[in-house]
Design a protein around this ligand. Structure first.
Ligand SMILES: Nc1nc2c(ncn2[C@@H]2O[C@H](COP(=O)(O)OP(=O)(O)OP(=O)(O)O)[C@@H](O)[C@H]2O)c(=O)[nH]1
Ligand SMILES: [Mg+2]
Ligand SMILES: [Zn+2]
Length: 356
């Protein structure tokens, strides 16, 4: 599959650019005006004044507006008011189930965001004071059943630590993880996924380029709400494109933008800049997310972190202390398990790094 390439040749006419900018500004002003009107119309708090009530799902979020797609696939550009936000919900995110009052011009106001079940969230640092860091939860996708943790066989490099962090977040958010090793076509020897398979994590090997493994992935995601997540450049958007290529027609919008991996750094350049939701059929939904550089798991207390490592359960029985953190305590079952091979060294290393 040919990647969608961005960036221009440089031969662009200046006046052309200026006129496009003017048009964009005009469109923006128009949009702004219509949103203000929608907000005003709902000033009394009665969304029914807007005309029609719809239910749908948030398929995109852009600063102060979000796109809501209804059951028929029609899109509405909605603003929201405080009243629409539920407990613990600061803003709508992609995947949220919502109801809205909409007007004939395609704009509307969210009336309610349904409570979320299954969410993939990380922690974002608001203040990085070493002694009193302040973070806020950053929900990447709401109402998902499955998180497809995409890793690349070669480039960007394979990071076991990142996989383990994702597994903790999945367990925390009540989502099933699916580990997807993409770019299998590029590797002579594939990274070993058996440490995670032993934990009962389902794995798949794919190539968005050759199509290998795509059928398996498609079958696995049927009738599920899934989020594609992972580092930048691993091929999330390419996988989405490969999946949509042969899905039931009529439900799929434009191809997701994909990016080249920078030859200089081996890192992906961020291509997908905002999460988007694609309906692949009646009850199959896939959310593509921007690549993440780092994942923080520190909303989970240090004392609770071990609960997210299920393979520690049995060996923990041998720890002398009930509240053993398995770091330097005497008679620790986990460290004994490390020595006799019951606990994977890689996983223990991930655990220690997350404890830091
Ligand atoms: N050889 C090979 N290249 C792939 C494969 N999947 C993706 N690529 C390429 O890898 C690059 C990055 O792919 P994207 O799909 O944009 O990656 P992404 O994970 O969506 O990246 P972000 O949007 O930045 O998070 C593109 O050049 C793709 O063509 C694959 O299976 N094999
Ligand atoms: Mg992408
Ligand atoms: Zn211990």
């Amino acid at each position: 599959m040919a990647p969608v390439r961005f960036g221009r040749g440089g031969a662009e006419d200046r006046s052309d650019k200026a006129s496009r900018r003017r048009t964009a500004r005009h469109v923006w002003r128009e949009k702004k005006r219509s949103h203000t009107t929608a907000r005003e119309r709902v000033a009394g708090g009665d969304v029914r004044e807007l005309g029609r009530q719809i239910t749908g799902v948030v398929s995109g979020v852009h600063k102060s507006r979000c796109t809501v797609t209804d059951e028929l696939g029609d899109e509405f550009s909605c603003v929201w008011t405080r009243a629409a936000l539920g407990e613990g919900i600061e803003t709508p995110v992609v995947g949220d189930r919502v109801s809205a009052g909409v007007a004939a011009d395609g704009t509307g106001v969210l009336a309610r965001i349904e409570p979320r079940c299954g969410r993939l969230a990380r922690m974002r640092l608001v203040n990085s004071d070493r002694f009193a860091p302040v973070g806020e939860e950053h929900v990447l996708a709401a109402n998902v059943d499955v998180a497809v943790i995409v890793v690349a066989a070669v480039s960007p490099p394979f990071h076991p630590r990142l996989i383990d962090r994702y597994l903790v977040l999945c367990r925390h958010g009540g989502i099933e993880p699916l580990l997807c090793l993409n770019k299998a076509d590029l590797a002579d020897e594939l990274p070993d996924l058996s440490p995670w398979e032993r934990l009962g994590v389902e794995t798949l090997t794919t190539s968005a380029t050759t199509g290998a493994g795509i059928e398996g992935l498609r079958g696995r995601l049927r009738s599920k709400w899934a989020v594609l997540t992972g580092a930048s450049g691993v091929g999330k958007s390419s996988l989405l494109n490969a999946l949509t290529a042969r899905f039931e027609p009529g439900s799929v919008s434009e191809p997701a933008a994909t990016a080249e991996v920078s030859a200089a750094t081996g890192r992906g350049r961020h291509r997908t800049s905002a999460s988007s939701l694609i309906r692949l059929g009646e009850d199959t939904v896939i959310i593509d997310t921007p690549g993440i550089r780092s994942l923080s798991v520190w909303q989970i207390e240090r004392e609770s972190l071990r609960l997210y490592f299920p393979e520690f359960d049995a060996v923990t029985l041998a720890c002398r202390f009930n509240d053993c953190l398995h770091v330097s305590e005497p008679d620790c079952g986990v460290r004994a398990g490390l020595e006799n091979g019951e606990v994977s060294g890689e996983r223990y290393e991930s655990y220690l790094r997350m404890l830091e």
